[in-house]
Design a protein around this ligand. Structure first.
Ligand code: ATP
Ligand code: MG
Length: 167
């Protein structure tokens, strides 16, 4: 079977990595959707879709399951979102998600949804990691080493700190 997993990955972190490593054990292939693909350079969405694709593909280099990373732009109509995702991705027969809206929309679309257990959710959270970056606190231990490299390369922390300032 081919599974689907979606997130914004702002940034991609160890919680996501742990879920994907678990999914890899029971899916033949994994389709990973990079959500809100059109948004970047904001305090809640600092990284571009391309930067997030880089974080994912490099971190998952050793995954023993073929995967595809597909950017997916938002549509402002939840009722059509599952079909929009379907149109942008290789066919999948199962969704892995703990997000209530994602679960609801795919269930209504007739697709089987499985909810993986959270991996130390308060620590491994995009919001918490972005806050640490803003505060100048250590965050590197919360993401795969490849993500540290990508964020260094693009000067991601400096970007986030600059766009958080008021004029
Ligand atoms: P943000 O705080 O920016 O929303 P996030 O950590 O929730 O970031 P998302 O990109 O929104 O990350 O999440 C993608 C998916 O990964 C969501 O379905 C979310 O439930 C799941 N997820 C996030 N953190 C963890 C975790 N620590 N363990 C397992 N799943 C997680
Ligand atoms: Mg989230």
């Amino acid at each position: 079977s081919r599974g689907f997993y979606v997130g914004r990955f702002q940034p991609y972190h160890n919680g996501h990595q742990s879920v994907l490593e678990r999914i890899a054990c029971f899916a033949d292939e994994i389709v990973i959707g990079v959500g809100s693909a059109q948004i970047s350079h904001t305090v809640t969405n600092p990284f571009t879709a391309g930067e997030r694709v880089l974080m994912l593909t490099r971190s998952l280099e050793d995954l023993d399951c073929p995967f595809y990373v597909i950017p997916i732009e938002d549509i402002q109509r939840n009722a059509l979102w599952a079909a929009h995702v379907r149109a942008m991705t290789p066919p999948f027969d199962r969704v892995y998600s703990s997000n209530p809206l994602v679960i609801q929309l795919f269930t209504e679309a007739g697709i089987t949804v499985q909810s993986p257990d959270m991996h130390e959710r308060p620590i491994y959270s995009g919001t918490a990691i972005r806050q640490r970056m803003l505060d100048g606190e250590p965050w590197e231990h919360l993401v795969p080493p490849a993500v540290v490299d990508v964020i260094r390369e693009i000067h991601g922390v400096e970007r986030l700190q600059r766009i958080a300032k008021s004029d």
